[in-house]
Ligand binder design. Structure first.
Ligand code: C2E
Ligand code: MG
Ligand code: MG
Ligand code: MG
Length: 277
């Protein structure tokens, strides 16, 4: 009987796995035409100053709306893109689109010099041989100061290919771009890179922010990250702030910037413009 149970369980996993694999393939197929069919768009989520609530910048986030699948979460389709060479094409579109929007806001006097536009960059893009050149060409094309641009990368990207990645980050820093570590505290890397690499911002992962008002351990972790930021002169950002209690707690602890649904969801460019006004 237990053998049979085992077999049933096995076929259950098999089915589950092949369903996942076929969804992956279907998404991949649809993603091939996503850029040329205008199915991709960017939304912008503000980062606000912890005291004044003043908007100090935004994070650009990718959205995909497809006829067959509707809106698919980036948490699902980004890994599909990353598993193919499509991430380079889509990543290039994201940069082009974000720079063009930034140029528009900047020329209209709506984007201040002290604001930063953050763009998520996947590890594969950073390792792309032509990435630095791509960025340089796009900065020139849109004629925007690189100092307004921030790239968000995750710690894990620094674990492998360390030398190559270091070189790429330094080249991009030379262009004037700055770097944030996204989802800080959830990766597998040592902290040594913080003193070696040109990192300016740590974004504290939402998983630590969620219960920072009630869980002693989460609070201790957030405090420790903030103290690292203080000691090393880095800017701190809390991700996923949803409640006023969290805001007050983070203000007390001295987190520089806050980002989350409490202030605004990620919104289309025209709505973000309203927030700026
Ligand atoms: P991320 O970079 O850590 O972005 C933060 C995610 O948290 C976003 O999800 C954002 O919408 C969500 N979020 C912000 N505030 C709150 C909040 O208060 N509550 C909750 N529950 N969620 C909040 P999103 O837009 O679904 O993106 C998911 C992930 O997909 C991003 O995580 C990023 O890793 C990736 N991603 C998004 N756009 C791009 C892109 O253009 N390029 C690349 N390479 N990755 C991207
Ligand atoms: Mg991010
Ligand atoms: Mg994040
Ligand atoms: Mg995150």
């Amino acid at each position: 009987q237990s053998k049979e149970k085992g077999r049933n369980l096995y076929t259950f996993f098999e089915q589950e796995m092949s369903q996942q694999a076929s969804r992956h393939l279907q998404l991949l197929n649809s993603l091939r035409g996503a850029v040329s069919n205008n199915e991709m768009s960017l939304v912008y989520q503000p980062k606000v100053d912890m005291h004044s609530n003043k908007i100090m910048g935004a994070e650009a986030l990718l959205r995909w709306n497809n006829n067959d699948f509707g809106f698919v979460s980036p948490a699902e389709f980004i890994p599909v893109l990353e598993g193919s060479s499509l991430i380079s094409q889509v990543g290039h579109w994201v940069l082009d689109q974000a720079f063009s929007q930034l140029k528009y806001w900047y020329s209209a006097g709506q984007w201040r010099e002290d604001m930063g536009l953050a763009i998520n960059i996947s590890p594969k893009q950073l390792l792309d041989k032509s990435f630095v050149e791509q960025v340089e060409v796009l900065l020139a094309k849109h004629d925007i100061p690189a100092s307004l641009v921030e790239f968000e990368i995750t710690e894990n990207v620094l674990v492998e290919n360390t030398e190559r990645i270091t070189q790429v980050l330094l080249q991009l820093t030379e262009l004037g771009i700055s770097f944030s570590i996204d989802d800080f505290g959830t990766g597998y890397s040592s902290l040594a890179y913080l003193k070696k690499l040109p990192i300016e911002v740590l974004k504290i992962d939402k998983s630590f922010i969620d219960h920072c008002t009630t869980e002693g351990n989460d609070q201790a972790i957030v405090r420790s990250i903030l103290s690292i930021c203080n000691e090393l002169g880095l800017t701190s950002v809390a991700e996923g702030v949803e409640y006023q209690e969290q805001q007050h707690q983070l203000q007390d602890m001295g987190c520089d910037l806050l980002q989350g649904y409490l202030f605004s969801r990620p919104v289309p460019a025209d709505e973000f413009e309203m927030l700026l006004k």
